[in-house]
Design a protein around this ligand. Structure first.
Ligand code: SF4
Length: 278
C-alpha cells in the first residue's frame, strides 16, 4: 500500500494539533517525533493491544467506584465488576481487537481481579474527600500559544484542605517507585499546573496508584511531592520544544527501546524525510 501526505493537509492538521497539547501528545513527540507524525499527523491506524483495552476497562470500573464515593452513595464491588465486563466488551469491539475465547476469559479474570483488589483496598475508601472524577481540564498559559489540556483520573482533598491529583496505572510487574516517578513527572506537572490554574489552590502532592496484573493483584500507592520551581521550568522547556517541533514539522526517527512496541516500524524504515511516508 502506498501512503503519502501532501504538505497542505499536513499543515492543516498541525494547526489543529497545536490548539492544545496533552500529556500523551507531548510524551509521544518527545519519545519519537516520527512516531508522532505517523500517529497524529498522518493518523495511520495503530492496532489495539490487550493491555490497552484492559487498562481502559479497569479505569471505567474505578470511575464508577469514585463517582459513588464522590456522591456519598453506597456501592457494591459487584457493580464495579459488572461495569468492567461491559466496558471490556465495548473496548474490544470498538478497537476491533481479535481474541480467542480462552484469551478473552483470561483477560476478563485478570481485570476483574484487579478491580476487586482495588475496590477492597484502603485507597478506595480512605478519609479524603473526592473533588473530581475523570475531570477534563484545559487552560491557557502565557508561556505558550497552545493551551494545555488533560484529564485527571481523580482529585482528592485531604482533611487539611490540600489538593491531590491521583493517576491510576495498571502494570505487569511491581513498579520501581524512583523510575516511575521520573517517567511520569511530565504528566504529573501537567495535572498540577492545570488544577492550580482551575482552582487557584495549591497541589500538596501528587499520587500514583499502581494496580498490578499479578495473579493476586497488588495496589501500590506512591506519593510524590508537588513539582518545585526547577521542575516547572524544566517542564516548560520540554513543552516549548514540542510546540516548536510540531509547528516547524520536525519529524525524525529516534530509534531506541520504544521501537520494540512501535506499530510504525515498516513505515519508519521506508521514510526518507521527503514528502512524508511512502
Ligand atoms: S520504529 Fe522507532 S524510530 Fe521508527 S517511528 Fe517507531 S519509535 Fe520512531
Amino acid at each position: 500500500m502506498i501512503r503519502t501526505i501532501e504538505s497542505p493537509t499536513s499543515v492543516a492538521r498541525v494547526e489543529t494539533l497545536l490548539e492544545y497539547l496533552s500529556p500523551s501528545a507531548v510524551k509521544d513527540y518527545l519519545g519519537c517525533s516520527l512516531r508522532y507524525f505517523f500517529g497524529r499527523v498522518l493518523r495511520l491506524p495503530q492496532p489495539a493491544s490487550e493491555s490497552l483495552v484492559l487498562g481502559k476497562a479497569v479505569h471505567a470500573a474505578l470511575r464508577l467506584l469514585h463517582l459513588a464515593r464522590w456522591r456519598d452513595e453506597p456501592f457494591e464491588p459487584q457493580t464495579a465488576l459488572t461495569e468492567f465486563d461491559e466496558a471490556l466488551h465495548e473496548f474490544i469491539e470498538a478497537d476491533e481487537l481479535s481474541l480467542s475465547v480462552d484469551d478473552l476469559d483470561a483477560l476478563k479474570t485478570k481485570g476483574r481481579d484487579m478491580v476487586d483488589a482495588y475496590s477492597r483496598s484502603e485507597h478506595c475508601s480512605d478519609g479524603r474527600k473526592v473533588l473530581g472524577v475523570e475531570i477534563a481540564l484545559r487552560e491557557h498559559f502565557p508561556h505558550l500559544p497552545a493551551d494545555l489540556a488533560g484529564q485527571v483520573d481523580l482529585i482528592l482533598e485531604t482533611p487539611e484542605g490540600e489538593l491531590v491529583p491521583v493517576d491510576f496505572k495498571t502494570c505487569a510487574n511491581t513498579p520501581n517507585p524512583e523510575i516511575e516517578a521520573f517517567q511520569h513527572e511530565l504528566q504529573l506537572v501537567f495535572y498540577q499546573l492545570l488544577i492550580e490554574a482551575a482552582t487557584e489552590r495549591k497541589v500538596a502532592y501528587r499520587e500514583i496508584v499502581y494496580i498490578t496484573k499479578h495473579k493476586t493483584p497488588r495496589v501500590i500507592v506512591q506519593q510524590i511531592p508537588a513539582a518545585d520551581e526547577i521542575a516547572i521550568e524544566r517542564f516548560w522547556r520540554m513543552i516549548e520544544s514540542v510546540h516548536d517541533g510540531v509547528l516547524d514539522e520536525r519529524w525524525v526517527p529516534q530509534p531506541g527501546m520504544q521501537c520494540a512496541w512501535c506499530s510504525f516500524r515498516r513505515d519508519c524504515v521506508r521514510w526518507s524525510g521527503k514528502g512524508g511516508a511512502s
